[in-house]
Every structure is written in structure tokens, then in C-alpha cells.
Design a protein around this ligand. Sequence first.
Ligand code: C2O
Ligand code: CU
Ligand code: CU
Length: 480
Amino acid sequence: MPLVAQPVDHRAAPDHSGERVPFYRVAMQAMRTKIHRDLPATTLWSYGGSVPGPLFDTRSGQGVLVEWANELPARHFLPIDHSLHGAERDKPEVRAVVHLHGGKTPPEGDGYPEDWYVPGQSRTYYYPNRQEPALLWYHDHAMGINRLNIYAGLLGLYVIRDAVEDELHLPSGKYEIPLVLMDRDLQPDGQMSYPVSPDPERPWVPEAFGDAHLINGKLFPYLDVEARKYRFRILNGANGRFYRLSLSPDLDIHQIGTDQGLLPAPVTMTHVQLAPGERADVVIDFAKLGGKNVLLMSEAFTLMQFRVASTAALEPGILPATLRPVPRIAESQAVMTRRLTLDEQLNMVSESMGMLLNKTPWHMPITEKPKLDSVEIWELVNLTDDVHPIHLHMVRFQILDRRRFDGFEYMTKGDLRFLGPAMAPESNELGWKDTARVNAKTVTRIIVPFVGYPGRYVWHCHILEHEDNEMMRPYEVMHA
Ligand code: C2O
Ligand code: CU
Ligand code: CU
């Protein structure tokens, strides 16, 4: 179980309210830890001495201050690609900056990729928490090396709660379990390795996978559970792996929430798909499996085991029939529709040279400038053959629909010829999202209220290898 972060002080919020808010200090440090009983200790980089880092347990409307101190070593232990934008040889090797994923954070504290700082420095960010309850997560965002910093272990969870959610009496306390999923490539000596291309000058690879699946930083862990309902708050924190979760023996998974909070009502699933960056809030009832072991699987991989007590539980736990309304935003509210492509550049032998958003590299001038408090539709046209989980900072959005198109016709004539009707989002996607799967040769339409703060943010693919190699763009929320 991740440790819960504890404030070290209370300080004035930087918003002129005069309010004193909890102040936390979290140091990024190298560490060694055993991720499995039978393996030697593994070198990792952590927030606050554990991977995942300490869990922030916060309340909606009550802001917090966090000092993020970079106390990492001067040298990186994973292979930097100096040909990537932002990771050139004249940049310090070790750089870090923290982003709270899913947070409605003022721009100065959002962890803009170029706002990195070096060992010995720190930054204090204010998270106002003026948003609905959800499972957020914090992670590194340093330009050009973000995939390596997160792979090294720089990630953690951040929960926001409120009184409306408390009233639902969902399983809580020891019955509410956070699960951070991520895959790593482990050597027999217990050390992590990160894949490289055959070209030593350009070691970047388009995807990094490993066959060691870490659950809260451990390999093949187990959890003793009572024969009752549990709430699991699951994050796919992997660089590029998509998880498709199920239980063995078969047991329903009642999904109650998405990235940005509760669904209108539970959705019963046998499999839950999670792209990198996505979260699922689920309830699982072990009542019928007293005395048995239940495996959490992803396709053929075993992730972890639940050992269900053979005695009856004192309380069964509650799964409410309705949760929290999520009013659908009418398309007529949108003041503008942007068509934005997801592109892959191939070299002459069809190897990936990297991806782009709207055929525009990072350093080009900002093209997306929504007005504060306006609603826009973004049509994400995926011209590639891969699924890309697209994430926007600061805002939450709803998925309108997905529609397949003829990729060849688009490439040759530039027309979007659809191959069928628009498909509604899946029933477990009918909540507020901040990361959405954009399938291959498909237009995914999202509707986004740009509510929050004016300023410069980013949007990007959450496959971290793509993000680090130009599949990220700035956007700017303009004063209305
Ligand atoms: Cu998980 Cu740019 O964020
Ligand atoms: Cu984010
Ligand atoms: Cu991608």
C-alpha cells in the first residue's frame, strides 16, 4: 500500500484568500528497494522514498502546497537520446518537473515541460483542488526525458474527495485500495533496463514494454481480503502498455468512475481496458469466493492475487445504484470545432521516426488558443495504425463519439470518407475524462469546456515514448 503523504506545516495559499493550507515537501531521490522477495534490490528514482510515491489524500475546495525538491543524482541511469528536442547535449542530463495529471492547476504550477529544474533546486506548486473528486496522479514531465524519469519511478497518486461522495458510503478505509499498474523490463540481477534502438546516436524506441508487471511497485504481490465489497482505484501508469483487466475465476467488475470522477451509475464489466494515463474506479465483491484465491489478470498476464478470507465478513459493503450525475454537454454549446490529426512519420524502410500532432512539432508557434470558459469540439483524426491515448492538461472533457474512416482516401485526396456510423462512447466512458483512446484510422470527437485558468498548457499522447518525441503540443487558454 502506498504511504499517505503528511503535511509538514501550514502556509498561506498564494491566492490572496489569506487561507492557510497544508504544506508538503517531497524529495525526488535515488533509492534501492526489493520489488520481489526473490530478487536483489532494484535501483529506482522515487518521490519521497517509495515507488509509487506518497498518496495525497485531499478534499475538494481545500488547496494544498507541495514543495517538490530535486535531490536526484547528477547522472541519469537510463539511456538519454540527445537527438530529441529538449534533450540536446547542452542540457543538463538530470532534469525534472512535476505535473499533477488531471489537476485543474494554474499554469505556473502545472509542470510545463520546459520548466524543469536540476538537482539541488526545488519548486513549490499550489494545487487549489477546485474540482470534483477523482483519482489524479503526479508524475515527471521534463522535456525529452519524461519517459525515462517516469520509467525510473517518478509517479504517485493524488486523491480528491468531497462530502457528496462521502454520502455514498462506498467501501473506504482498509476496503479502498489504490492500484498503480506499470510494466518494466527487469534483468536477472533485479535492475531495470530500458530498451534502445540499434543506433547509439538515436537510442529512442517508439514503445517500451517489459514483462514484469509491477502493482504498487511490487512484482506478483498478494492482498488478503475479506469476503465482501472492495473499492479499487486503478491507474495505468505504464509508459506504453495497454491493460485489459479481468479476474480469474470470472468475477464482475463494477466500474464506478473514470479519470475525472464518478460515473452516473455503476457499469458491470468483465474486462476493463485502460490505456496509459487512464484510471478506473471499480468495486469488486469477493463475497461468493470465501476461502478462494482470485487473480487479477491482463490478457494472459497475472498481475496479482487476492486471498479471500473463508469466514463471513461483518459488513458486505455498499454498491449504490446511482452515483453522481454527469450531464452530457450539448454539441450546440461548442463555439468552435478543431480538426487535429495524429500522424506518424516513417523513414524509407517504414521504421517509425516519431509521431506528431497536427503535423506540427513542439517548437512551432501555438495554434490552439481556446477562450477561457468557452466550449470546443476537438476532432482527433488518427492517421496512424496505433491507438493513441490523448490527454489535455487542466481541463476535463466528454467523449462524443468515434467513427472509422478510409485511411487511404484521406492520405491520397485529403477527404474524410467514413466507413460506418459514429459509435457512441463505451458505457464506462460516459463520465468525465482527461485522457481518451483515439483508435487507429478513427476520428474521436471530444467536447471540452475550457474552464479553469488562462495560460499555457500542453496536450499530448500519453504513450510516453510518443510524447517525448514530438507527439505533444502547447495550447493556450486565452482571457475571455
Ligand atoms: Cu499525465 Cu501531460 O500528463
Ligand atoms: Cu496531465
Ligand atoms: Cu501515441
